[in-house]
Design a protein around this ligand. Structure first.
Ligand code: LLP
Length: 422
């Protein structure tokens, strides 16, 4: 990943600073984010898809600092709770550029969205259509979330395009058309388009292309049967990132070209106007711009393998246990005196499954006190972190052109005790 580079003295550099210096200043474990890399990625999306609305998926990483960069780069924002919306609101993120998602939005979520005047709500259930209809004032713009029946070939916990799961209205069963009818019957709601999200960490561009085709097919049916012209089509997020060296990069240029062709072709074939497209990338905007720093607490050489235990683990990165995710691990701050050997990097939590990386090469002389860096941790790490074992969550530090800034401070024992009223 691009954000980590070799320095002159064997140290690894991040955003223009040595990683060992960042560890000394901010402690470990710590999440680091390369601001310039996040901004560069936003710009890359806007360039490759200049006519498409790019809505950053806030669930991948939300804090005020990051949302400011997203707002400044001209992206829109997908939030999925009143909490994410509160962060966006606190920095004045333009309400008309916000979309609210969720399969079970609570009355608080819906009221917060209406209160801030969010541009669009993405409807995900019949109950929600009634609930929002009763709360909203015309013209609350909405999209209907459709499950297009496309397999994104990703981990089943993050595959959302196939039938028979909790998200969206199924296309095949006719539920999507029924949802559209119900929305049209709500005087306060203005239907502006359809939405789908086939999954996350999807690398096959053809899966997105197939979803786009099916969605335009549905738009054409709605046009033919109800005379409906929908100006927007949101194709969701899910672009894969390379976690390990050698993993392929997502083919953004190929995606842009194929999506454009598929949508234009299908629209022409069905004689309907081409909708404005939206996409919702989260992971691919921030993951490769992040690194997590850990310190080795102990090295245990067992009969069949060596365990390198660090001062974090599944509370700051549950992805290996949730999705069998794999990571690279690199020694920081000193040159290795010996050769490499495969080790298992484990966390500090009271579970045998608290493994960060299995069979990764590290120098044979790795020892307590060493610093380790795990690249590609900018997405779904800070946002998925927990306080398991009453461990405070790590800080988030942004680094840009040699200047480091604390975006989120480390959680303290006082923080952990503050909600516990005895
Ligand atoms: N839009 C919608 C409606 C979504 O549900 C998601 C992700 C996205 C966009 C952004 O997808 P992305 O571009 O980030 O792949 N915790 C899991 C990922 C869960 C994704 C949930 N929805 C992980 O760590 O892999």
């Amino acid at each position: 990943p691009r954000s980590v580079r070799h320095g002159h003295d064997g140290d690894l550099m991040f955003g223009g600073l040595p990683l060992s210096q960042l560890a000394a200043r901010f402690g470990t474990p710590a999440y680091l984010l390369d601001e310039a890399e996040v901004r560069r990625r936003c710009q890359e999306y806007r360039r490759a898809l200049h006519e498409v609305e790019i809505a950053y998926a806030g669930k991948s990483m939300t804090c005020r600092g990051v949302l400011r960069w997203i707002a400044e780069e001209g992206l829109s924002l997908d939030v999925c709770s009143a909490g994410e919306l509160a962060v966006a609101r606190s920095i004045g993120f333009p309400a008309e550029r916000i979309l609210l998602h969720g399969n079970a939005k609570t009355p608080e979520d819906l009221k917060a969205a209406i209160g801030y005047g969010v541009g669009r709500v993405v409807l995900d259930s019949l109950d929600e259509i009634e609930q929002l209809g009763a709360l909203a004032r015309y013209p609350q713009q909405v999209l209907v979330r459709v499950t297009p029946g496309v397999d994104g070939h990703t981990h089943k916990a993050i595959a959302t395009g196939v039938e028979d799961q909790k998200f969206g209205f199924s296309l095949a069963s006719g539920a999507a058309e029924e949802a559209v009818r119900r929305v049209l019957a709500q005087p306060s709601l203005k239907l502006v388009g359809l939405h789908c999200h086939i999954g996350s960490q999807v690398s096959r561009v053809t899966s997105f292309e197939e979803a786009a085709r099916r969605m335009v097919g549905l738009m054409a049916r709605l046009h033919a049967e109800h005379g409906l012209v929908l100006p927007q089509l949101d194709l969701g997020g899910g672009h894969a990132v390379p976690y390990l060296p050698g993993d392929p990069d997502f083919d953004l240029a190929g995606f842009a070209q194929r999506i454009r062709c598929a949508v234009n072709y299908e629209c022409a074939a069905h004689r309907i106007p081409v909708p404005r497209l939206t996409i919702e990338p989260g992971r691919s905007v921030v993951a490769p711009a992040g690194v997590t720093l850990y310190r080795v607490v102990t090295v245990k050489r067992g009969p069949s393998r060596t365990f390198v235990a660090v001062d974090g683990g599944m509370s700051d990165n549950p992805r290996p246990s949730l999705y069998s995710a794999r990571y690279a691990v690199r020694l920081v701050g000193r040159r290795a005196a010996k050769g490499m050997r495969a080790v298992t990097v484990v966390g500090r939590h009271c579970e045998a499954g608290d493994v960060l990386a299995q069979d990764v090469p590290l120098p044979e002389d790795v020892h307590a006190g060493d610093l380790l860096a795990v690249p590609c941790t900018g997405a779904y790490h800070h946002s998925l972190a927990s306080n398991y074992n009453m461990v405070g969550r790590p800080p988030v530090v942004s680094v840009c052109d040699g200047v480091a800034r604390l975006l989120v401070r480390r959680e303290t024992e006082e923080d952990l005790l503050a909600r516990d009223l005895g």
